[in-house]
Design a binder for this molecule. Structure first.
Ligand code: EPU
Length: 337
């Protein structure tokens, strides 16, 4: 383990924006974390834990220590029809999905092709196509920086909600997730509630899909709707879908009949942020080096040499216009650094 000074982060964030870290270190196992934080110097130093860099926007250089979690390894235990899969925090999320799909372990297939790392997935409770990370989560191991101890978090400890967890709120910055365990099954019960999945299966003439079919279909839907960060910098959905009180929704609906919405907790409605942004005229718009994606207005993109500041400014313009037209304040899903 080596702490490196003045390290470029452009290739370590999926927006592909230029930024430097004052200090940078690769972590290969929990012992590396023990060794690093045994040095008093780093204990209270400003730090940023980096996984796949798929949910952050650097608007400036980072003047602290970037801790890049690269812990590898996948293992599993089978008990009857249940499978407990455990993966290192540094594994690329989609590599884990492919591993499970290839082994016939069901439950994770709707989360195919989400960018990012295994260790980052619980932090924002990733989700797509009718499945949320919390649905398959069993537990995770996390290193407590202050004490140097490992703590095991079960589902209740994590306080999951829509794109949120304790790691983003009450315990923000205090732990580093080293390993995650998943509760999967050898029995496949396809989750087909998301309309586009059944449409795509029908198009392919598949009436009785297997795990692999579902994974392929989800991957194809993502590819058709979302830009590939390897060619066009982006961080997936830039904003959360806002959840508003039902009374506010009913008022909005009387002005905008076709507003796209989904059920949420009692008394609340989730509104499609992509629809709101599109209906403010932003869909596919290019502004300087940035813009929104032509097939999904919720995704902000780097068309080449955008700086993080430029993308941030652009997101401010979107927030202002959505607020002016619909009275809804969009909240960023992406972490701003
Ligand atoms: N829509 C528009 N215009 C747009 C985009 C969407 O009108 O530009 C409307 C359409 O009616 C569309 C509906 O909104 O059918 C839903 O769009 P989509 O299926 O793309 O889902 P989303 O609500 O925009 C969420 C997640 C995505 C996830 C998809 C699929 C959030 C913030 N985003 O997007 O997650 O892939 O559902 O389940 O919840 C991510 O978090 O980075 C991400 C990509």
């Amino acid at each position: 383990m080596q702490v490196i000074e003045n390290f470029p982060l452009k290739n370590l964030n999926t927006f592909g924006v230029a930024a430097n870290a004052a200090w940078y270190v690769d972590i290969r196992d929990e012992d590396d974390l023990q060794l690093l934080f045994a040095q008093d110097r780093w204990k209270d130093y400003p730090r940023l834990v980096l996984g796949g860099g798929s949910n952050m926007l650097f608007t400036a250089d980072f003047s602290g220590l970037v801790v890049h979690v690269k812990i590898q390894g996948i293992r599993y235990e089978v008990k009857g029809d249940d499978v407990l899969v455990t993966a290192g925090g540094g594994i690329v999320w989609n590599d884990l999905v492919n591993y499970c799909v290839d082994h016939g372990f069901a439950g994770i297939e709707n989360l195919s092709l989400i960018p990012g790392s295994v260790g980052a997935a619980p932090v924002q409770n990733i989700g797509a196509y009718g499945v949320e990370f919390q649905d398959i989560f069993h537990s995770c191991r996390a290193f407590e920086i202050a004490s140097g101890r490992i703590r095991v978090f079960d589902k209740e400890d994590c306080g999951f909600s829509y794109r949120d967890s304790v790691f983003k709120s009450a315990l923000k910055g205090l732990y580093i997730i080293t390993e995650v365990s998943f509760k999967l099954s050898k029995i496949f019960k396809p989750e087909l509630t998301y309309g586009a999945i059944s449409d795509e299966l029908q198009k392919r003439g598949i009436s009785n899909p297997g795990i692999k079919d579902l994974s392929t279909v989800v991957s194809n839907i993502r590819v058709s709707k979302l830009p590939d960060p390897a060619t066009i910098g982006n961080a997936g959905s830039f904003f959360k879908n806002p959840v508003i009180p039902e009374a506010q929704f009913l008022k909005l609906k009387s002005d905008f009949h076709e507003i796209v919405h989904f059920p949420a907790d009692a008394g609340h409605i989730k509104i499609s942020a992509g629809w709101l942004i599109e209906h403010c005229g932003w869909k596919g718009k290019v502004v300087g080096n940035t813009g929104t994606w032509k097939n999904q207005a919720l995704v902000l993109v780097n068309h080449g040499n955008a700086s993080g500041k430029e993308i941030y400014q652009f997101s401010e313009s979107i927030i202002e216009s959505v607020h002016a037209k619909f009275g809804i304040l969009l909240e960023r899903e992406v972490n701003i650094i």
